[in-house]
Design a protein. Structure first.
Length: 202
């Protein structure tokens, strides 16, 4: 069995378990802030932050962490990983509902609250049952941490780009025409346009 220090190479990197636990604490704090918030604009902003954090966290686990754990632990962790993936699916459904809602929706607060309960249950199972087994395995948690950080940065950048694109889509068509664009103006009745003006008498 590997010792506590054998899972990392030099101790200078980030242990993937520390990274995931930091994500858990961040989301728990955001959920607490949401429940304490009274202003609707603040609730909406916090709900969006919760959804973004959970979406990124879930993808990091599914792409980096779970495959490595499944390979290292095999059947020992299969049930826990299967349950975690089912919980991720339920959380993603709730995230989609929250993102499609507004604070004045009667179900908005309930959706975020239930999402928070899913998170708490998921965190308890991972930190109390799965993470201890990973610590006892031979996984290079530092290497996984580097890969997880890299993917997280990429996903957050994609989220930011998507937000900017959504903002661009809100622009209206009432922009001023380009200087080189030809504008056709129909003169009102009774006015003398350049085309209908009579030549001056000689």
């Amino acid at each position: 069995m590997a010792t506590e220090g054998s899972e990392t190479k030099n101790g200078n990197g980030v242990d993937v378990l520390d990274l995931l636990q930091a994500d858990h604490r961040q989301v728990e704090e955001l959920v607490d802030d949401f429940e304490a918030a009274e202003d609707e604009s603040e609730q909406l902003e916090l709900a969006q932050q919760i959804c973004t954090a959970l979406t990124v966290h879930a993808e990091v686990e599914e792409e980096i962490f779970y495959p490595a754990v499944r390979e290292a632990l095999g059947e020992e962790a299969e049930d826990l990983l299967a349950e975690a993936e089912v919980e991720h699916g339920s959380a993603k459904d709730l995230i989609a509902q929250v993102e499609a809602s507004e604070p004045d929706d009667p179900l908005f607060k309930a959706q975020v609250k239930v999402l928070g309960e899913y998170v708490k249950h998921h965190v308890r199972e991972e930190e109390n049952e799965l993470f201890p087994r990973v610590r006892e395995s031979g996984l290079d948690r530092e290497e996984l941490g580097r890969r997880a950080q890299s993917l997280r940065q990429e996903l957050l950048a994609d989220q930011a780009d998507a937000g900017e694109t959504d903002g661009d889509d809100l622009e209206t068509d009432d922009e001023a025409p380009d200087e080189d664009e030809e504008v056709s103006v129909t003169p009102p009745k009774g006015s003398r346009s350049a085309e209908g003006r009579r030549p001056a008498a000689r």
